[in-house]
Ligand binder design. Structure first.
Ligand code: BTN
Length: 168
């Protein structure tokens, strides 16, 4: 058997071996949602905890956003199931708001990974009387963003200062 025929047989055997239950969801990596926001999750620790960075494309004020820290935890994936997770983003560099996301990771038959999430966005208000209007709720769907090797979130997105510069 020629080497290319052997490689083909090997590839087919590998594909046949991968059942849906074995298509594990990996939270780590770069993700983009339908609002074009980007998040980068670093390696998930053995206990499920993870950290990362988030760059939102939309803000409450319409102003410029900055890369913000995220912290979360993932449930241990059950037999044949896909893990649930939750994380918070502290918009500490440009806002006094905080968002809590909760969701689940799915992998389709073609191997495409999707994170479905719901979020609560809490902004600070000046008095208890304003508490009723301080929390928004919404949904975000994230898909993995494939990038050239070594490209990470800060290198993909110019900072506020860069975008504010007038064209030369
Ligand atoms: C702020 O504007 O004060 C904080 C930024 C909030 C961005 C929200 S969080 C939920 C939604 N998903 C995103 O990617 N961005 C918005």
């Amino acid at each position: 058997m020629g080497s290319s025929a052997f490689a083909l047989v090997l590839a087919l055997a590998l594909v046949a071996c991968v059942t849906p239950a074995e298509r594990k969801c990996q939270l780590s990596g770069l993700w983009r949602n339908e609002q074009d926001s980007l998040m980068e999750i670093s390696a998930v620790r053995g206990d499920g905890d993870f950290q990362g960075k988030y760059l939102t494309q939309v803000t409450l004020t319409g102003g410029c956003a900055r890369v913000s820290p995220l912290k979360g935890a993932q449930q241990q994936p059950g037999e044949g199931g896909w893990p649930t997770f939750a994380f918070t983003v502290r918009w500490d560099k440009f806002s006094n708001a905080t968002t809590a996301f909760a969701g689940q990771c799915f992998v389709d038959a073609g191997g495409k990974e999707t994170l479905t999430t719901m979020w609560l966005l809490r902004e600070a208000v000046g008095s208890l009387e304003e508490d009723w209007k301080a929390t928004r709720v919404g949904r975000n769907i994230f898909t993995r963003k494939h990038t050239p090797k070594g490209k990470i979130l800060p290198s993909l997105s110019p900072s506020c200062e860069d975008t504010a510069l007038p064209a030369p």
